[in-house]
Design a protein around this ligand. Structure first.
Ligand code: SF4
Length: 458
């Protein structure tokens, strides 16, 4: 039997898709290169916000319309969150797989292929949540040379707008030894960049009394007592030429000792994705966040003081209930002062069962969208200026793809570019020059074009 997977959504979803693929492959399924040759199409959905839900359902409808003879299995967050409702209202899906225990994909896919409808099933949550140690070698859907490593699953923060803890449950950190084992294996496969992901990396290990999760019986203890700093210390002991990139650290949980470790080991990139979400104290409080514009600016100052090369990405949430013009101005003021390198903006999505759902002062979609547009427009010159500081520097570039191999034109990323979300490095070797996708080369930054940096071999 052959499956085709539509990985859909965020990096965390991508890793879930990779883990499902490894279980299917181990059970004898084959991954189809295209949907035509597949028996079943698996849509790995996202159910976090309204637009993602709509897109996930749209994907199921589109696949069914284009391939009416194929079985469609809806997997992932949306299937988990709305198993009952979708089994009634989405007949285009031939099965639902909530996926708390990823090994269950084999049974769910088998049933869907046989035409037996499943409802998402109450799969038992797997200890250590993010890990799938029995899945075998994980196929990678990531860009050349790069892999995501999920170090924790779920979240114990309770941001009032967020449905993720409802969908993914509380924080479950993987043991340091598990993460290290996976990193070693990925590096042995030639990967150059390991992007650590989780809902909030700053909370890593806090689900076991402030320490990282217990080691598995029979494995050597590796820095078990110190959360994310302990994990980075352990990682820093590995040999090799690689990057570690940390994605998503809640600003109220930022573990400052990681700055010391990054200062010592340049392979741990000074790239920080810190979703501030807002800067008005009133709105942050209503979001169940403890920070203020002042504490967040101090955090940025501290990071940049310790690591002058630091690159900061963030996200802002516009149109949260009760957001007045004054709150919006506070956010604009923060944006100006924060000088973020990269910024993603979202509008508030009203999610059932979250505390914000019933909050008063709802903002119209039109106003929220207009505020988002204003913030995005203001960010363009800020990001442009921030990128110009790299001009003249010679840096490692992780090559991603040949745009025109004959002309020696390649795309890659510098440490300031996280995969898929930031700009790119455009590398010009000229005819006769070449580079291998997935490898490091040295490049000198000559100029900025839009958000991209123009690079020549350095
Ligand atoms: S930290 Fe992130 S995942 Fe956790 S509740 Fe807040 S927004 Fe949701």
């Amino acid at each position: 039997m052959r499956y085709y997977i539509d990985p859909f959504g965020c990096a965390k979803n991508q890793v879930d898709a990779e883990v499902m693929m490894s279980f299917l492959n181990k059970a004898g399924w084959a991954s189809a290169r295209n949907p035509e040759s597949a028996d079943i199409i698996i849509v790995n959905s996202c159910g976090f916000i309204e637009s993602a839900k709509r897109e996930s359902i749209g994907a199921v409808l589109a696949w069914k319309k284009n391939y009416p003879e194929k079985k469609i299995l809806l997997a992932g967050c949306l299937a988990r969150r709305y198993a009952k409702e979708l089994s009634l209202s989405l007949p285009e899906a031939d099965g639902l797989f909530g996926g708390e225990d990823p090994a269950g994909i084999v049974e769910a896919a088998g049933k869907a292929a046989e035409g037996i409808k499943t409802e998402g099933a109450a799969f038992v949550r797997q200890a250590g949540g993010a890990a799938a140690p029995d899945a075998g070698l994980r196929p990678l859907l990531s860009l050349p040379g790069s892999a995501y490593v999920k170090i924790s699953e779920g979240c114990n923060n309770r941001c009032s707008f967020c449905a993720i803890p409802l969908i993914r449950g509380g924080l479950k950190s993987r043991a340091v030894s598990d993460v290290l084992e996976e990193c070693r294996e990925l590096l042995a496969r030639g990967l150059r960049e390991l992007c650590f992901i989780g809902q909030d990396l700053g909370s890593y290990g806090r689900d076991s009394g402030g320490a990282a999760a217990p080691e598995r019986a029979g494995t050597a203890a590796a820095a078990p007592d110190a959360g994310l700093p302990g994990l980075l210390e352990a990682l820093s002991a590995l040999d090799g030429d690689f990057w570690v990139r940390l994605l998503y650290i809640h600003p109220d949980q930022f573990p400052l000792p990681i700055l010391d470790i990054m200062e010592r080991d340049k392979r741990l990139l000074p790239y920080f994705d810190i979703p501030f979400q807002h800067a008005s104290e009133k709105i942050l409080g209503a979001m169940n966040r403890r920070g203020t514009a002042e504490t967040y600016l101090r955090l940025l100052e501290l990071i940049r003081g310790r690591l002058p090369d630091a690159v900061i990405r963030s996200t802002f949430l516009l149109g949260f209930p009760g957001e007045t013009e004054e709150d919006f101005s506070a956010l604009l003021d923060f944006q100006e002062k924060a000088r973020l390198d990269w910024l993603g903006c979202f509008t508030y999505s009203r999610e059932e069962d979250t505390p914000a759902y019933s909050m008063k002062g709802r903002i119209s979609k039109k106003i929220a969208a207009e505020r988002k547009r204003i913030v995005e427009n203001r960010q363009i010159p800020i990001t442009g200026k921030q990128m110009e500081r790299f001009i003249g520097q010679t840096l490692d570039v992780l090559v991603e793809e040949a745009v025109d191999a004959e002309e020696g034109l390649y795309l890659g990323r510098l440490y300031c570019h996280a995969p898929e979300v930031d700009g790119a490095a455009v590398i010009r070797y000229g005819s006769g020059g070449s580079a291998e996708p997935g490898s490091f080369v040295k490049g000198r930054v000559l100029a900025r074009t839009g958000f991209d940096l123009q690079v020549v071999p350095g």
